[in-house]
Design a protein around this ligand. Structure first.
Ligand code: 3HC
Ligand code: NAI
Length: 718
């Protein structure tokens, strides 16, 4: 709702009240309309201030209402009512003015912002465009290039930048509402003719066509199939080419197109999913709201390779004191140099405070004796990690959290090496750890709720989105990756090429296809794991070469590694590169010949494989594993899996995540297609629909938020 009060005798104050961000719900919109009429009808009131309760102006339309039938007054007539008002209306912007909140502010005649406020049009991230005149008013106010930038990227600007761009009239370090009231009094009675943005002509720079062409190219490059950014460009184009009223009509048409697209639904689901994962629960009943995190001031990182360096940077930037430990002086000094470079680049590019003094380097594990939490990031080798955990357990002060960054080893086995297994959890960061937003917090059967809560909170402080997951091979992300990769390998055996598979996945929206990712992260990584698992057999011919544990197995990755083809780092992998370390993947005729030879050797006949089969086999196998994970209680809900895949594995955000996507395709269809492929390829693992997937499909494809009701109380696998 909105509250009305009279300030200083002549100023009508409308305060938006809808915690936590004063979103424009039906009740708030109704309140604004009613209070505006009241302010305009009271003769004593000479001017109006609109502000938000609790130091937040407005977070935009109420996203929670998007799924339901629209009630209350629409936004567009509301902003027109404000702009057309005969008394000056001043927006007092504290905290945030986002989306519809900024549109509300743009309909006011003046805008006063607090210096800490952030403004922006983030609609594009929800699959929408500013639909209450934002695409028509902003270019009129700040010009086409700046408006295109803000609307197509959704980036927030500071009050200072907003002032520079001309979005706000004044910035204050003091109370913005008081400043707005004073301002409102000072403009009482002044003509408003030049203050109604909708009446401004839209600037037309001479290189207008080139500006729009560039903007379109840019969004095409980065959108990966998302339709909102390009549609935002079209809406701004309407502001330049049409009179305001016609431009508003066009904005409405384009907004409806986006609103009813599956992409907007997916992005809005994802918005809430990313927030839902912080309300974690574990298979054995621990919960976010009943578990208190421990204080952590000083942390240690053991092993300063690829991951340890990024984790150190991330910890220091978040304000923690860090003890960073390597085995020998040479590795230590290399790591120190790399970490310093990363900190400096962070300071230069993102304005993160330099944090060199937060880090102490050491070659002795004894240096971690007084820290509150340790993150181990040594080689992925169980024997080595066990030794490190034994050492840590002996050296560290009592009560220290011992965390591992393992990609998939058994947390419980590591915990059993320590005197306090309840203090052990996985903190699985993603490379590069100072950049990637995802953190899987892996709890074992003995991890205490307090320790899970601490790791979750640490992640948040480090700017990560933390997702709590249970302990199993590969946890959630890497476990689901396995069947996805397997299908891609089998498709090569059956006649596909890496380029073909990657193209299909990239067209779906992945930033990179599976083979390009494999080349980037190094084929040797998986090879080492498969060797440790006893899967890599020296025999490269005969049927046994393609069978492991009674199931079909593709040794293609192993064979490439045997030939020294580790991907980008060696200049050869599934693709060729111009030099070791090269980045541009080119199809490799050698690999095509190798695949032909391989098929001939194993009696495989290449067949034509279409787009649909590539997509369905790769994605549905991955999705099926996701349902198995839910069934096993490793993830508490589909949102956890979706956030992990979007933030950690390049799943296109506008498709919501694999579990949401499965729901959109139809769970019965996923079951039917998996059964179809299983029938054709009975020897291929991963294609048998798991029982939870079947059960949900049979119960009539319930909406994703209802899945938890169908998922039986998980039995712990631990
Ligand atoms: N509608 C409904 N709920 C909202 C909301 C909104 N616009 N914005 C935030 N919330 C809710 C969140 O879901 C969360 O709820 P929870 O506590 O139950 O999980 C709570 O507010 C707090 O949000 P955050 O956890 O994200 O808090 P932060 O302080 O980190 O961030 C924020 C605050 C910057 C406002 C961030 O929430 C955000 O970016 N919100 C979305 C803003 C947005 O996209 N607005 C445009 C809406 S579309 C629109 O206006 C269309 C119009 O053009 C027609
Ligand atoms: P890396 O090989 O780059 O670095 C490991 C570092 O540990 C080396 O610098 C080594 O000298 C050091 N080290 C080894 N034994 C040590 C000891 N006893 N004390 C101190 N330092 C020691 O390995 P990377 O890639 O950083 O991986 C580390 C861990 O993170 C592994 O468990 C890996 O599975 C996991 N991980 C790796 C990811 C990646 O993309 N590289 C992603 C997520 C997790």
């Amino acid at each position: 709702m909105a509250l009305y009060s009279r300030v200083s005798g002549s100023v009508g104050m409308i305060t938006l009240q809808n915690p936590p961000v004063n979103a424009l719900s039906a009740a708030v919109r109704q309140g604004i309309v009613d209070m505006m009429h009241r302010a305009l009808s009271e003769p004593e009131v000479k001017s109006v201030v609109i502000c938000g309760q609790n130091g937040k102006f407005c977070g935009g339309a109420d996203i929670r209402e998007f799924g339901a039938k629209m009630t209350g007054p629409p936004l567009v007539p509301m902003v027109h009512l404000i702009e057309a008002a005969s008394k000056p209306v001043v927006a007092a912007i504290e905290g945030i003015a986002l989306g519809g909140g900024l549109e509300l502010a743009l309909s006011c005649h003046y805008r006063i912002a607090h210096s800490k406020a952030r403004l922006g049009f983030p609609e594009v991230a929800l699959g929408l465009l500013p639909g209450a005149g934002g695409t028509q008013r902003l270019p009129r106010l700040i010009g086409v290039p700046a408006a295109l930038d803000l609307i197509t990227t959704g980036r927030h600007v500071t009050a200072a930048e907003a002032r520079q761009l001309g979005i706000v009239d004044e910035v204050t370090d003091l109370n913005a509402v008081d400043a707005a009231v004073k301002f409102a009094q000072s403009v009482t009675g002044k003509s408003l003719d030049a203050r109604r943005i909708s009446t401004y002509p839209c600037p037309r720079p001479p290189d207008l066509d080139a500006i729009f062409e560039r903007a379109m190219q840019q969004v095409r490059r980065s959108a990966r199939g998302a339709i909102a950014p390009g549609t935002c460009v079209q809406a701004v184009h309407a502001a330049v080419t049409l009179p305001y009223a016609k431009g508003m009509e066009r904005e409405r048409e384009l907004f409806s197109l986006l609103f009813t697209s599956g992409q907007a639904r997916a992005l809005q689901y994802y918005f809430f999913a990313q927030r839902a994962v912080s309300r974690w629960s574990t298979a054995n009943g621990a919960r976010w709201d009943t578990s208190k995190p421990r204080p952590v001031r000083k942390a240690a990182v053991i092993g300063l390779g690829t991951m340890g360096r990024g984790i150190t940077v991330s910890l220091a930037q978040a304000g923690f004191s860090v003890v960073a430990v390597e085995t020998q002086e040479k590795q230590l000094s290399e790591a120190k140099q790399a970490v310093s470079g990363m900190l400096e680049r962070g300071a230069k590019r993102r304005g993160v405070p330099l944090a060199h003094d937060k880090i102490k380097y050491s070659c002795s594990v004894q240096a971690v004796a007084d820290v509150d939490l340790v993150i181990e990031a040594v080689f992925e080798d169980m024997a080595l990690k066990k030794t490190v955990f034994q050492q840590l357990s002996a050296i560290c002060k009592p009560g220290v959290l011992l965390c591992t960054n393992t990609s998939g080893l058994d947390i419980d086995e590591l915990a059993s090496q320590t005197q306090s297994p309840e203090l052990v959890v996985g903190m699985h960061f993603f490379a590069p750890a100072h950049v990637m937003q995802l953190l899987e917090v892996v709890y074992g059967p003995r991890s205490s709720p307090e320790v899970v809560a601490t790791a979750m909170q640490m992640g948040k402080k480090m700017g990560k989105v933390s997702v709590a997951v249970g302990n199993c091979r590969g946890f959630v992300g890497n476990r689901m990756l396995k069947p996805y990769l397997e299908q891609a390998f089998f498709l090569l055996e059956e006649g596909a090429t890496p380029e073909q598979v990657d193209q299909v996945l990239e067209e779906f929206g992945f930033a990179m296809g599976v083979f390009k990712v494999s080349d980037l992260s190094g084929l040797d990584v998986g090879w080492k794991v498969r060797k440790a698992d006893g899967l890599v057999s020296p025999a490269s011919t005969g049927t046994s070469a393609r069978i492991r544990g009674g199931s079909r197995y593709s040794p293609l990755g192993d064979l490439l590694c045997e030939r020294g083809r580790f991907g980008q780092k060696t200049g050869r992998g599934w693709y060729q590169y111009d030099k070791p370390g090269g980045r541009v993947a080119k199809p490799d005729p050698w690999l095509h010949g190798f695949l032909e030879e391989y098929r001939a050797q194993h009696g495989l006949v290449a067949r034509h494989i279409d787009h649909q089969e590539v997509l369905e086999r790769c994605l549905y196998a991955l999705i099926n594993e996701g349902f198995q994970i839910l069934q096993d209680g490793i993830a508490a809900g589909p949102e956890d899996i979706d956030v992990i895949y979007v933030l950690g594995y390049g799943w296109p955000r506008h498709r919501g995540g694999p579990m949401f996507y499965a729901g959109q395709v139809g769970l019965d269809k996923v079951v039917e297609r998996l059964e179809h492929y299983q029938q054709i390829h009975p020897d291929v693992p991963g294609l048998q629909p798991c029982s939870l997937l079947r059960k949900l499909a049979a119960s009539g494809n319930p909406a994703i938020h209802k899945w938890r009701e169908v998922i039986q109380k998980p039995r712990s696998q631990l």
